[in-house]
Design a protein around this ligand. Structure first.
Ligand SMILES: Nc1nc2c(ncn2[C@@H]2O[C@H](COP(=O)(O)OP(=O)(O)OP(=O)(O)O)[C@@H](O)[C@H]2O)c(=O)[nH]1
Length: 396
């Protein structure tokens, strides 16, 4: 499987700038609401420290690239359009919006922390970013509630006399959310809802829907436009508010990331995406030089523009995903190259999961794995760690 990160946000918060900066694709953008019409899928990258140098090798990546020991591993970034009030009821761009959302493993919610865009994406002053965060969460929760109600209907329409289990009907109804009956049962018990939906009142249903949504559609907030003076105060307020403890916040300046990538492409600076420093190598105009100076101050203060950091936070911190390098215990090269691959696997993946990820035949024929750093054998159910280098030994 390949991970999909969904990018959401109301108009004019900098979603197109973020998408472009992260993918360098050409998506229309502008300071006008609703210039983003179609959902787009682009290739973004997450950084992983390359394992090759530890083995005195130089890697030859089959996908993505490696820059000075930092591997850039591709992930899909889906620009989800149509975040408008009432989206869950299928208004406007709503249905496509929900379909795109369904496919996203994790969401990056781009929020304008400068407070200069209102809920509709129009210019304003001192808008509280919490309104945007609440709006998206409520929108998602209402959608989950609709699906929950359908699951309850399914439970009710089961045959008389047949043993009914609400967690099974809900899991069936919610299969698109990548959940299962065990997880649902756990949530029903943890939220004190119990296992009899006939006893659930509206509040209970809302609580259950919200909890399932939180577990299956985690959100990371890209606190964007942090380069603007008013943003820091909003950031401090929101991150200190205990009502938002369940969310992860990463300060970003999509604007700065895009400017640096463009300057890099034009040969004016040498910039590695995500880095907290860059070097001026070309001959910028006075205006460009002043702009780059402001960006330098920003990236030094915030340890980078945050665009790479928020994608990596979504995948590695929030999803708990791990990067695995397929290795070979007696030399890391094969006929096609050295350390060609770096796979992103779900949290708690085992040697066996990795073998099946490579190919079903490899999974079927798995004997054991070898941890290439220690040269030790690891069993099929051994849990792998981030940046492990693993050889799979099979019967064939
Ligand atoms: N200062 C600052 N401005 C930004 C940043 N990101 C985007 N902007 C500006 O905000 C405005 C809106 O940015 P877009 O990327 O077009 O916003 P969008 O959310 O995609 O909006 P739509 O295309 O209308 O959906 C543009 O003028 C950008 O230059 C940022 O990090 N800092």
């Amino acid at each position: 499987m390949s991970y999909k990160i969904g990018l959401v946000g109301k108009p004019s918060v900098g979603k197109s700038s973020f998408f472009n900066a992260a993918t360098m694709n050409d998506v229309p953008e502008g300071a006008y609401p609703f210039t983003t019409i179609d959902p787009s899928v682009g290739e973004a990258y997450v950084r992983v420290e390359c394992a090759a140098p530890e083995f005195d090798e130089t890697c030859t990546p089959s996908v993505g690239f490696c820059d000075d020991g930092t591997r850039f591993v591709p992930v899909k970034l889906v620009d989800v359009a149509g975040l408008i009030p009432g989206a869950h009821e299928g208004k406007g761009l709503g249905n496509q919006f929900l379909t795109d959302l369904n496919e996203a493993d994790v969401l990056v919610h781009v929020v304008d922390f400068s407070g200069e865009t209102d809920l509709e994406g129009e210019p304003t002053e001192d808008h509280d970013p919490r309104e945007d965060i609440d709006f998206l969460e409520n929108e998602l929760d209402m959608w989950y509630l609709d699906v929950l109600e359908k699951g309850i209907e399914r439970y009710r329409s089961g045959y008389e006399g047949e043993e009914k289990k609400i967690e099974e009907d809900l899991a069936e109804q919610m299969s698109a959310f990548k959940t299962n009956k065990d997880e649902i049962k756990q949530i029903l018990l943890a939220t004190d809802a119990g296992l009899d939906p006939e006893e659930w009142d509206e509040k209970t249903k809302e609580r259950v829907a919200r909890e399932i949504r939180k577990r299956t559609k985690p959100i990371v907030i890209a606190a964007n436009k942090m380069d603007k003076p008013a943003a820091q105060e909003h950031y401090d307020d929101v991150t200190a508010d205990p009502d938002y403890d369940h969310l992860t916040f990463v300060p970003t300046s999509a604007h700065a990331e895009k400017a640096l990538k463009q300057a890099d492409e034009a040969g004016v600076v040498d910039y590695q995406p995500g880095a907290s420093a860059f070097e001026i190598v070309g001959d910028p105009s006075d205006e460009q030089a002043a702009g780059l100076e402001r960006i330098r101050e920003y990236v030094e203060a915030f340890d980078g523009t945050g665009v790479q950091a928020v994608l990596e936070s979504a995948l590695f911190d929030v999803m708990g995903a791990i990067a695995i390098f397929p290795g070979s215990a007696n030399g890391r090269s094969d006929s096609q190259g050295v350390f060609r691959d770096c796979f992103i696997l779900p949290e708690e993946s085992t040697t066996e999961d990795f073998a099946y990820h490579l190919h079903s035949d490899i999974g079927d024929g798995l004997l054991h794995g070898i941890d290439c750093r220690s040269n030790r054998q690891v069993g099929a159910d051994h849990e792998l760690g981030h940046r492990d280098v693993v050889e799979i030994v099979t019967t064939n």
